[in-house]
Design a binder for this molecule. Sequence first.
Ligand SMILES: NC(=O)c1ccc[n+]([C@@H]2O[C@H](COP(=O)([O-])OP(=O)(O)OC[C@H]3O[C@@H](n4cnc5c(N)ncnc54)[C@H](OP(=O)(O)O)[C@@H]3O)[C@@H](O)[C@H]2O)c1
Length: 307
Amino acid sequence: MEGAISSRPNTRVAVVTGGNKGIGFEVCRQLAVDGGVTVVLTARDEARGAEAAERLRALGVTDAVFHQLDITDASSIATLVYFLDTRFGKLDILVNNAGVGGVEYPQELEANDGQFAGLDSKQRLEWMVKNVREPIDAARKAVETNYYGTKHVTQALLPLLQSSKEGRIVTVSSEYGLLRLISNEEARRDLNDIDNLTEERLDELLGKFLNDFEEGDALETHGWPTGFSAYKVAMAATNAYSRILARRHPMLRVNCAHPGYVKTDMSMGSGVLTPEEGAQRVVMVALLPDGGPTGKYFTKGEEASFV
Ligand SMILES: NC(=O)c1ccc[n+]([C@@H]2O[C@H](COP(=O)([O-])OP(=O)(O)OC[C@H]3O[C@@H](n4cnc5c(N)ncnc54)[C@H](OP(=O)(O)O)[C@@H]3O)[C@@H](O)[C@H]2O)c1
C-alpha cells in the first residue's frame, strides 16, 4: 500500500485527500515540487491511488507516498492516522480536497473541450445544471462526503497537526459555498455567526436541508439554493466548520481556498482553468508564510468574503 519514500529530516509533511486525479493530484505535485514538502497522496481506491503515485514519480517527484483513505470510512481514517503517527509523528499540512458533486452525471453524455468554445463560465455552468440529475441519494452523499467526511478526517488529524510547528488545514472550497446563494435567512445568519455557531447547529441545518430536499418543492420555498443544491449547502457548512476550527485552534492556520472553475471530472470538463491553475490557488494558501491569516476564504489567490 505505502510506496517507498525518502523523506528528508525537518521536511514538512502534507496529506492530500482525493489525490488520485483532478485538482488533488496537482496539489500533491506542486506541494512536492514547489514547496519541498513530503506528500502523502491519499485516495479511496488502492489501484487508482497507486497509479497516481506512480505518475507523480514519473514526473520526478521522489518525496511522495500513497496511502489509502476513504474520507467516509472511520476505519480507513484511523489506519491513516496510525500510519502518519508512526512514520512522521506529526502532520504539517492537511489539504481537504476530496469531494463529490452531489449529482448524477449522465452516462451517455461525453463532454468534449470543443463544445464549450465561445461559452462563458455562466453558460458552461448552466449547461452542467441542465445535464445532471439531483436525486436524494446523491444529495445525501454530498453531505456525507463533503461535510461529514471532511470533518471526520480533520478531527482525527488534529492531534498530529498540533504536533507541527504551525499546522495548516486548507479546505478546497467553492464559490458555490458562498452564503449569498442561500436565501433562507435563518440558515444564512447562523452559518455566518461564527462566534456562536456550533457543530450541533450545523447538524440541525443539514438535517433540515435534506428533509426539505426529500420533499421536492420545499427546497425553493425554504430558501435553499437550487442547481447543485446539496453541493452548495454542504460547502457552506464545510466553510463554516473551517471557521469554527480556526476560532477554536488559534495556533493552527485553517483556511478555505476556491480553485476557480476547473476542467475535471467533477465539472465534466466544462471548467475554464486547468487543474494546474486551480491547484496553484490552493497550494498558495497551504504555503503562506508562518503566522499568516486563519479563518479566511481565498479566491483567485486573494482573501475574500464567505458571504
Ligand atoms: N472542478 C471545479 O471547478 C471545482 C470548483 C470548486 C471546487 N472544487 C473542489 O475541488 C475538489 C476536487 O475536485 P475536482 O474538480 O478535482 O474533482 P474530481 O476530479 O472529481 O476529483 C474528486 C476527488 O475526490 C475523491 N473522492 C470522492 N469521494 C471520496 C471519498 N469518499 N474518499 C476519498 N476520496 C474521495 C475522488 O476519488 P475517486 O477518483 O475515487 O472518485 C477524486 O480523487 C472538490 O472538493 C471540489 O468540490 C472543484
